[in-house]
Write a protein that binds this ligand. Structure first.
Ligand code: A2P
Length: 341
């Protein structure tokens, strides 16, 4: 990255992703001239950590976005709907972590390891969308396979951490575990439809008319947009599990041309943003505890499938708050600074 200092704002700075954004920006030594932490009126005036320093939280409703050149937004879809266009009009380029603008035809949807060339399209609206967390880690793992042999379709089952639903969900899991282990009566779930502690819920976001959930259809539609390839078929089941940080995914990929497991391992081991952890003889495969606080996507259990000659199976894990959200947004900001500002 060229040596430029940038005025930056973080919207949703008090949330799970917002805190990770501030912490990664600081620890990377991101070239910040000024940084503004924005949230709702509820937390305006609070001081929150930015590395060794404390910065004051400002009410987004009163913020003059012309003070920032880049805005990292992670305060929910309705906040982005209202403030991202305002920010863009004031000259603040928005990297938006919500789903609000992802499928907008004039808004690029970016995973730098896959399609950073499309960032240039930010000039149309001043907004760049950060994909859904489960999509990001899946496409990073698929990219080397896609380039080598093409991809016909992907069957995927996800195992997603509660932090993907924000701070309130982490608290809900914590409280339920506490109540159950202390033999106390269970409070009524507020974030999820059913008890999440010691349970798995095949239900992320709302159900749609086709029987899939909105989360599942995000994986379908965002994958096509990121690869600029409507022919890739994605068939997902997304599941919330009682894990705090880190999403896991079981992928069953049907490639266009055949590929052996050892060729796939070779490609994955050299791919950008991926770490291969794959040696069954030593129980080497990634889990969310390996991926926690890391910025890469971890891949293991690579093997040929049993139900089709061109089938490849793999297990893909990433920290949903980092590569699935904050890290990806910061990588986009770095690309913007290096090549467009
Ligand atoms: P606040 O702390 O003021 O509510 P999470 O996804 O972890 O729940 O975090 C959501 C983030 O989005 C928080 O920083 C929260 O700020 C922020 N947020 C939620 N609603 C609004 C709003 N109406 N205006 C600005 N920020 C909001």
């Amino acid at each position: 990255m060229k040596n430029k200092s940038i005025r930056l704002c973080v919207a949703g700075a008090t949330g799970a992703v917002g805190k990770a954004l501030l912490s990664i920006l600081y620890s990377k030594g991101f070239p910040v001239e000024n940084i503004y932490a924005l949230a709702s009126s509820r937390s305006a005036g609070q001081k929150i950590p930015y590395g060794k320093n404390k910065i004051e939280v400002l009410n987004i409703a009163n913020f003059d976005f012309s003070q920032a050149k880049i805005g990292l937004f992670s305060a929910g879809g309705s906040v982005s709907a209202e403030y991202a266009p305002k920010a863009a009009r004031a000259g603040c380029i928005v990297v938006d972590n919500t789903s609000h603008f992802r499928m907008h035809p004039d808004v690029p949807l970016i995973v730098p390891e896959v399609n950073k060339k499309n960032i240039v399209d930010y000039q149309k609206t001043g907004i760049i969308a950060n994909p859904n967390c489960s999509t990001i880690q899946m496409v990073v793992a698929l990219k080397p396979i896609y380039d080598a042999v093409g991809i016909e379709r992907v069957n995927v089952a996800t195992y997603q951490a509660v932090s993907g639903s924000g701070k309130k969900a982490i608290d809900e899991l914590d409280q339920q575990v506490h109540q159950i282990t202390q033999s106390q009566p269970l409070s009524k779930p507020q974030v999820y439809a059913k008890q999440i502690a010691f349970n798995c819920l095949p239900h992320i976001d709302v159900f749609l008319e086709n029987g899939f959930t909105k989360e599942e259809m995000k994986m379908v539609n965002e994958t096509k947009k990121i690869f600029s390839d409507d022919s890739i078929q994605v068939n997902p089941t997304t599941v919330r599990v009682p894990v705090v940080y880190g999403h896991s995914e079981a992928l069953h990929i049907q490639t266009k041309e055949p590929i052996s497991a050892s060729q796939a391992k070779q490609l994955i081991s050299q791919a950008e943003g991926v770490i291969l952890m794959d040696d069954p003889s030593t129980n080497t495969y990634p889990t969310v505890l390996d991926a926690a606080h890391e910025d890469q996507v971890f891949v293991g259990r690579i093997r040929q499938g049993l139900s089709h000659p061109n089938e490849l199976n793999m297990w893909v894990v990433a920290d949903n708050i980092r590569k699935g959200a904050a890290t990806n947004a910061i990588q986009i900001a770095e690309e913007l600074i290096s090549n467009y500002l």
